[in-house]
Design a protein around this ligand. Structure first.
Ligand code: ATP
Ligand code: MG
Length: 555
């Protein structure tokens, strides 16, 4: 099978190849089944890339189906965000957007079929007692006293449940399988529960809602899904998936295959926990650039191509794993290193005054966006008597490791002249307010004529023309490599995950493209923050630094 998506083979593709070769299937149909109870994260991107790339490469189909069986936690905002994120990632589902709730009536009829076959019953044990009767991994469960009701009573009670005549938690429908099974999932799992909740798709039509396990396999079968791909925690659920499809009169029987979830160090992935960060205002929202949600990564400046490349590199296996953050970062760096135009910004500004230049000296330099590639465009960068350089690029004392500007010594201004630091002026607190320099006017694009060696090159902007800008420097959100393995992940938050700096950027950035990534020379990759207007208040998010800044031990 020719591959157009560029994803390597994996054990699932090998199963598909075999199924096609043996004629078990003529075409492949997958699905991505998010529950709309939060925004998508990078873990979902793994599943999206897997399901959609298989459909692309096998000329098959991939459905988007919302697993909307719990109206208490779901809403339309989440549905819209999920559609937007999948589209932004570069994928398109086949046909209309689907919902498990499209099949509520059919699922209800299948539930009745199970009751009629003596394979499901209405239980009136309380949720706590149901839990207690379930047993543990080492002890078997106990039958509910309601397990052996007559089929006729079960049908009547189930119909009462549907009609809203029974209170929430007072009854539920359970499959009658085996309370002593080694698989706890098979100990008479709940199939339907009562919830007097308005549903975003079906309104008030229903007050009983199917459980995920019941709705999912039936939805897959009704849609003719061939390979139902999910993460490893559903391995045991596969037995229930198969039990339900084997016991209802449906001829299509999709096969479920499990792969390992994506886990990233220093991050959390589950929507439930991300939701807590949002609702407790620990982050700015679902699209906070520190969150590994698709919308957060997009706002931060990650490209869709870099996320797809990351999913390609991590591959799909059954091995549990913890991926290093630097793998994700190297994907975005590889993309931006060649594709992001370069400009100059000074994040910790100190003022430089070049004393040997006339008061109103101005020189308009034409500088390429891509060094060595003038054909990809240039911009005008004004060089004037007063400049800003970064405080970190100047030191008064000599130090053999410091290759930038030192009092009494020289450095090259990127794309411009060699300057020499001659003196500093300080305020009452001892902070440098002006650094006095001189400029060697014979050094534009040339080395000094007398073979002085200039070691360092630093970036700068014109104080007269530069634009004030805010720079948001992000770091990992957590200090612990596995925050969810700790007592309370909130305690593991990194207090320095966001540092805001006020600095300056060259005037060409007045027309910065919104949400477009740039390389700020020597500083990193940045893009404008889309929650601020680029016209009134320039705010840049740091996507990633130029080099890996993670401790070596983590590599
Ligand atoms: P969460 O715990 O974040 O809510 P979930 O599995 O409950 O995750 P769903 O909306 O039900 O979220 O997931 C939709 C699909 O995405 C499922 O098939 C699920 O297996 C897959 N998925 C979710 N998280 C990951 C992950 N970290 N890595 C790979 N696939 C994932
Ligand atoms: Mg879920």
């Amino acid at each position: 099978m020719s591959k157009i998506s560029g994803y390597p083979t994996n054990f699932i593709r090998q199963i598909i190849n075999k199924d096609l070769a043996q004629g078990i299937h003529k075409m492949v149909r997958t699905r991505f089944p998010p529950e709309p109870n939060g925004y998508l994260h990078i873990g979902h991107a793994k599943s999206i890339c897997l399901n959609f790339s298989i459909a692309q490469d096998y000329q098959g189909e991939c459905h988007l189906r919302f697993d909307d069986t719990n109206p208490a936690k779901e809403n339309l905002e989440f549905i819209e965000s999920i559609k937007r994120d999948i589209t932004w990632l570069g994928f398109q589902w086949n046909g209309k957007v689907r919902y498990a709730s499209d099949y509520f009536e059919k699922q209800y009829q299948y539930a009745i079929e199970l009751i009629q076959k003596g394979l499901a019953y209405v239980d009136e044990l309380s949720p706590t007692l149901i839990r207690e009767h379930r047993g543990t991994l080492t002890s078997p469960g106990k039958n509910s006293p309601y397990r052996n009701r007559s089929i006729c009573d079960n049908l009547k009670l189930f119909s009462k449940m549907r009609n809203g005549e029974i209170a929430e938690s007072a009854a539920c429908l359970r499959a009658k399988i085996d309370m002593t099974s080694n698989f706890i999932i098979l100990r008479d799992p709940v199939l339907y529960r009562i919830k007097f909740k308005e549903h975003h798709q079906t309104g008030r039509k229903w007050c009983i809602y199917p459980m995920y396990d019941f709705a999912h396999c039936i939805s897959d079968a009704l849609e003719g899904i061939t390979h139902s791909l999910c993460t490893l925690e559903f391995q045991d659920n596969r037995r229930l998936y198969d039990w339900i499809l084997n016991n209802i009169s449906i001829t299509v029987h999709p096969r479920q295959y499990e792969f390992s979830r994506l886990n990233l160090k220093y991050a959390i992935m589950s929507k439930r926990h991300l939701n807590r960060l949002v609702t407790e205002n620990i982050v700015e929202g679902w699209d906070d650039p520190r969150m590994l949600t698709i919308s957060g990564m997009r706002r931060r400046g990650y490209t869709a191509a870099s996320i797809r490349e990351f999913c390609r590199r991590i591959g799909v296996t059954k091995q549990e794993n913890m991926i290093n953050m630097e793998m994700l970062e190297s994907c975005i760096r590889d993309d931006l290193n060649t594709n992001a135009p370069r400009v100059m910004a000074v994040i910790n500004p100190i003022k430089v005054l070049i004393r040997n230049l006339p008061l109103h000296y101005e020189e308009m330099l034409n500088i390429p966006y891509y060094p060595q590639k003038h054909e990809r465009g240039t911009r005008v960068v004004p060089f004037t008597r007063e400049l800003y350089i970064d405080g970190a690029d100047f030191q008064e004392e000599k130090n053999k490791d410091f290759k930038r500007l030192i009092l009494g010594q020289e450095v090259r201004l990127r794309y411009a002249y060699v300057i020499k630091a001659e003196g500093v002026e300080r305020d009452a607190q001892g902070n440098i307010i002006v650094l006095y320099c001189s400029c060697d006017m014979s050094t534009m694009k040339k080395n000094p004529s007398d073979s002085r060696k200039i070691k360092g090159v630093i970036h700068w902007v014109s104080a007269k023309y530069a634009l004030a800008a805010e720079f948001r420097l992000y770091d990992r959100l957590f200090n612990s490599p596995n925050p969810l393995a700790t007592e309370d992940f909130i305690k593991e938050l990194n207090p320095n995950s966001l540092v805001i700096k006020k600095g300056f950027i060259e005037p060409s950035m007045r027309c910065a493209k919104a949400s477009f990534p740039y390389q700020f020379e020597r500083e990193g990759y940045f893009c404008t923050d889309n929650t601020h207007s680029v016209v009134t208040h320039l705010v840049f998010n740091r996507i990633v630094g130029l080099r890996n800044a993670w401790p070596k031990i983590d590599a």
